[in-house]
Write a protein that binds this ligand. Sequence first.
Ligand SMILES: Cc1cc2nc3c(=O)[nH]c(=O)nc-3n(C[C@H](O)[C@H](O)[C@H](O)COP(=O)(O)O)c2cc1C
Length: 208
Amino acid sequence: MTDLAALRREYSRAGLSEADLAPSWHDQLDRWLGDAAPVREFNAMVVSTVSSDGRPSSRNVLLKGADARGLVFFTNLGSRKASEALGQSWVSLCLPWVELERQVCVEGTVSEVSREESQAYWASRPRGSQLGAWASRQSAVVTREELDARMAAVEERFPSAVPLPEFWGGLRVAPVSVEFWQGRASRLHDRLRYRLSGKDWVVERLSP
Ligand SMILES: Cc1cc2nc3c(=O)[nH]c(=O)nc-3n(C[C@H](O)[C@H](O)[C@H](O)COP(=O)(O)O)c2cc1C
């Protein structure tokens, strides 16, 4: 068994001070996304949702847009994550750039993006991904044989253009809190958080 307890690494690549921060959380996120571009799947983020009886679950999705309105990802709207996100309104997101000794953690409320926005993104997807979305009843129990049969059926059903399914679209997370974490020596990491207070964003440093 790997000796996990013995694994130890000092974080020393960089620091993050209040003076370094961009004026808004989304400008700061944009900066860090730029730095993270060499990291494989740097737009992957963990989205955590909670069920109506308080049971949390997490999974990766791909960040597909971010601006002052929030962070957008696309998914099956009947999936576990979408039902829980829309049902409870709140989710958390985490972009884990461990190679850069960084993470960005977000808490916010969820809403569906407009159908026009989902349509525009859908149109940019390869045919295979579009057919896959039609074939998958995401989060439901299935056999591989059923899944392959469903794929064959949708390939036949849509010989040319594949329309946007009504059960598929984008979710936007409007943050109330965005924390930028930079690893530092001796575990005295920098944690700077933009927090929505009324209509204003305040920046606070959190103890590591
Ligand atoms: C790197 C990575 C990126 C992923 N991106 C997405 C995504 O953008 N949308 C999505 O629905 N699922 C994505 N998935 C699959 C999800 O993690 C998850 O398995 C799926 O959405 C079903 O989740 P649910 O049953 O909890 O709703 C991704 C998985 C990985 C590992």
